[in-house]
Design a protein around this ligand. Structure first.
Ligand code: PMP
Length: 306
């Protein structure tokens, strides 16, 4: 199914979906220099949309833009309004939001610096990123033959358009080999992340996740750490190797798109019992309740839509 939306916010105004087009010589299209975000909105008790962790996503968007040396030309207030207005115009209460900053058409070449800077916000309904069955029963993943970017080859904190070629190569490889998702290692061989998710491993009474060094420091990852600590479960941000999954009791992937997705198999080894375990289930339940405004102590992360 294609994208279902009527409007896209494009450089300050809502334009009809079919008119939200760019020139074929747009600089970002050729070289990948641009930044984006992935945000989700969920229906709240009043039936309206609530955007989960919007401020943190927009902060990362602005920082990503600064890191590539194209500061976002819109203020935080304007970006928030763009997100809310696009959801409203599209009649979306449960949707994915995609802010994107890209360079337009005027000059070509890697040294070009004076291209127009465009910002768009699109929204569309998007179900379980790794499938409904994956959400319930867990996904099967495979260590990728593609290594995550070396920290001196990319900006690890930034969500840069071109970085995602690495992720797509890994995702295609995993899918073509019959797996749902790839597990990516860093250049030292330590576990980094999924192609668009962070990862957690549960062993005994504690949980671990790779430190925010050679990964995209995901906003869901921070929320999951908050939830685990709130529940009195120890969580360590520490380096580990792929075999930690082979001996884990439980494992799961987290991200705005993937939410909390259990992992049931890694490299043809069953994780724990092969069923999502109690820690995974608990985090998944609290998270999916929280995004819908049902968890008081996390409710301040929701920005109300109209
Ligand atoms: N790692 C990568 C590479 C990602 O693209 C994403 C999705 N933005 C994540 C982790 C998870 O980040 P978040 O929880 O902020 O969506």
């Amino acid at each position: 199914m294609g994208i279902e939306a009527d409007y896209v916010w494009f450089d300050g105004e809502l334009v009809p979906y079919s008119q939200a087009n760019v020139h074929v010589l747009s600089h970002t299209l050729h070289y990948g220099l641009g930044v984006f975000e992935g945000v989700r909105a969920y229906p709240q008790a009043n039936g309206k949309a609530g955007v989960w962790c919007l401020d943190e996503h927009l902060e990362r968007f602005e920082l990503s833009a600064r890191m590539i040396r194209y500061p976002c030309p819109y203020s935080r207030e304007q970006l928030v309004e763009a997100c809310i207005a696009t959801l409203e115009a599209n009649g979306h209460t449960e949707a994915y939001l995609r802010p994107l900053l890209f360079l337009g058409e005027k000059f070509m070449g890697l040294g070009a610096r004076n291209n127009p800077v465009h910002v768009v916000v699109a929204t569309w309904p998007w179900g379980a990123y790794l499938g409904d069955e994956g959400m319930q029963k867990g996904v099967r993943i495979k260590t990728s033959s593609f290594t995550r970017h070396h920290p001196n080859a990319a900006l690890q904190r930034a969500k840069v358009v071109g970085h995602y070629v690495n992720s797509i190569l890994a995702r295609y490889e995993a899918n073509d080999d019959g797996y749902d998702e790839a597990l990516m290692l860093d250049h030292h061989g330590f576990v980094a992340e999924g192609t668009g998710e962070n990862v957690f491993v549960v062993k005994g009474s504690s949980v671990m996740t790779p430190p925010a060094l050679n990964i995209l420091p995901g906003i869901t990852r921070w929320r999951v750490i908050d939830i685990l600590r709130h529940e009195g479960i120890e969580v360590h941000e520490t380096a580990f190797t792929r075999d930690a999954f082979y001996v884990a009791d439980e494992a799961f992937m987290v991200g705005t798109a993937a939410e909390i997705t259990p992992i049931r198999e890694v490299d043809r080894r069953t994780v724990g019992t092969g069923e999502p375990g109690p820690v995974t289930r608990l985090v998944q339940k609290i998270y999916l309740d929280a995004v819908r405004g049902k968890v008081d102590w996390l409710a301040h992360h929701i920005t109300a839509g109209r």
